[in-house]
Design a protein around this ligand. Structure first.
Ligand code: HEC
Length: 145
């Protein structure tokens, strides 16, 4: 019975590997609205966002090899989908003033509470953990905007 179940799970595991995935690398060329072009954003702030947030909050995610394995891949894409819905740095320039102010407030709050970047992400991406000086740079950036 157990042998059969393991065999069955193995088949399912192999089968789902053939399921197509949607890579979040859609808009390499449409950088007109990206945060990188915002005048109030210094290179150091941009670099922090790129390292710690862009995989889930931009139009271009970096996919390490293990993200090709299902069901891991679905799980990650779900994070990216939800993350981009709240905040997409590559569409920063399209935000209205009201939306921008709301998102700025949320960024500050999420970082203060330690909710972002997601823990499941920093577990693997150690360099994405925000240091105190990095947090300060972001809070100053929020105030400038
Ligand atoms: C591994 C993916 C991932 C990373 C990395 C990540 N986020 Fe998120 N983020 C999400 C997801 C998923 C949501 C939506 C669900 C939620 O609020 O938990 C979200 C939501 C948000 C929201 C909206 C919260 C709200 O309640 O409206 C903000 C603001 C945010 N993230 C900022 C950041 C910042 C800033 C960073 C980098 C310091 C970052 N995130 C890194 C996945 C991520």
């Amino acid at each position: 019975m157990i042998k059969k179940s393991i065999f069955f799970l193995g088949i399912v595991f192999i089968a789902i590997q053939f399921y197509p995935r949607n890579n979040n690398n859609v808009a390499k060329n449409s950088s007109t609205y990206t945060l990188a072009l915002s005048e109030t954003t210094s290179d150091s702030v941009l670099q922090i966002f790129k390292t710690s947030c862009y995989d889930c909050h931009s139009n271009n995610s970096v996919y390490p090899w293990y993200t090709n394995i299902q069901p891991f891949s679905w799980w990650i894409n779900h994070h990216i989908y939800e993350g981009k819905e709240s905040l997409n740095f590559d569409e920063w320039g399209t935000y209205t003033l009201k939306k921008k102010n709301h998102v700025l407030h949320e960024i500050e709050e999420q970082i203060q509470k330690g909710e972002m970047p997601l823990e499941s992400y920093t577990l693997i991406h150690k360099n994405a953990v925000l240091t105190e000086p990095q947090k300060k740079l972001i809070f100053d950036w929020v105030k400038r905007n």
